[in-house]
Design a protein around this ligand. Structure first.
Ligand code: ATP
Length: 239
């Protein structure tokens, strides 16, 4: 295979207390690829991302990112490797401006990137944030806060970004803007793993699709093939 896997997950198991949630997930994401991770509510998508980021009480298996084994590392060390995570709950820090929230993205990545230049550059990509740099982050609309969370993940130019349901609860015009942003990132060769309930939207953005059901991978194909296969979508992705 000519492509190189930037991320390789092999036989990943995860637990909340006695509840065994992931039952041996295996998947990979190649450098420069956008992969949609879909499946119905409670299938284990968020748990997969959390296990990758070191946020599960117990996880076993192998998760290799850029050749480094992630599971033994602390959460912050994973960010330092160039892996960024945008959780579903966004975590915009109250009391901090948009600019200060963006700065946290640089701190989390431990990057030596010059701050003002990085903020100027990211503000060009996110015009809505550019107009609001000095506004308190939590006073933005829900969709704008999601954009801020994504900008904060992108600012340190990570090698890969994990996104958990970025389109959830966001007005259609912003979902459309987000779609254009992800297409642009894909065209720039960024690597994305996108968890989504908005399956059609995600499949139109992605190169490949992986379906999880009850903590197991049940389907992998090109995004276009899954988009055309309403039966499989109905069987595993219907809410
Ligand atoms: P959703 O879109 O609903 O978030 P998901 O595919 O992301 O779906 P997960 O959040 O990974 O699903 O949840 C997988 C399973 O883990 C579910 O059965 C859920 O009830 C359980 N679970 C999630 N969080 C916890 C927790 N903190 N403690 C115990 N069980 C949990």
């Amino acid at each position: 295979m000519a492509e190189t896997a930037l991320l390789e997950i092999e036989n990943l198991h995860a637990w909340y207390g006695a509840s065994h949630i992931l039952h041996g997930i295996s998947l990979h994401v190649n450098e420069g690829e956008v992969v949609a991770l879909v499946g119905r509510n409670g299938a284990g998508k968020t748990t997969t991302l959390r296990a990758m980021m070191g946020l599960m009480p117990k996880a076993e298996g192998r998760v290799r990112f850029a050749g480094t084994e992630l599971l033994p590392l602390r959460a912050h060390q994973r960010y330092h490797l160039g892996l960024a995570y945008v959780p579903e709950e966004r975590r915009i820090v109250p009391g901090l401006s948009v600019r200060e929230n963006l700065r946290l993205g640089l701190v989390a990545a431990g990057s030596g990137i010059e701050e003002q230049a990085a903020i100027d550059e990211i503000a060009e990509t996110f015009p809505r944030l550019k107009e609001r740099l000095d506004q308190e982050g939590v006073t933005l609309s829900g969709g704008e806060q999601q954009m801020l969370a994504i900008a904060r993940a992108l600012i340190a130019k990570p090698r890969m970004i994990l996104l958990d349901e970025p389109s959830e609860g966001i007005m259609p015009v912003l979902v459309e803007e987000m779609g254009m942003l992800f297409r642009r990132l894909r065209d720039e060769g960024r690597t994305l793993l996108l968890v989504e309930q908005n399956v059609e939207w995600a499949l139109r953005l992605a190169d490949r699709a992986v379906i999880i059901d009850q903590g197991e991978v049940v389907h992998q194909s090109s995004a276009a093939a899954l988009l055309a296969d309403k039966d499989i979508q109905e069987r595993y992705c219907a809410v």
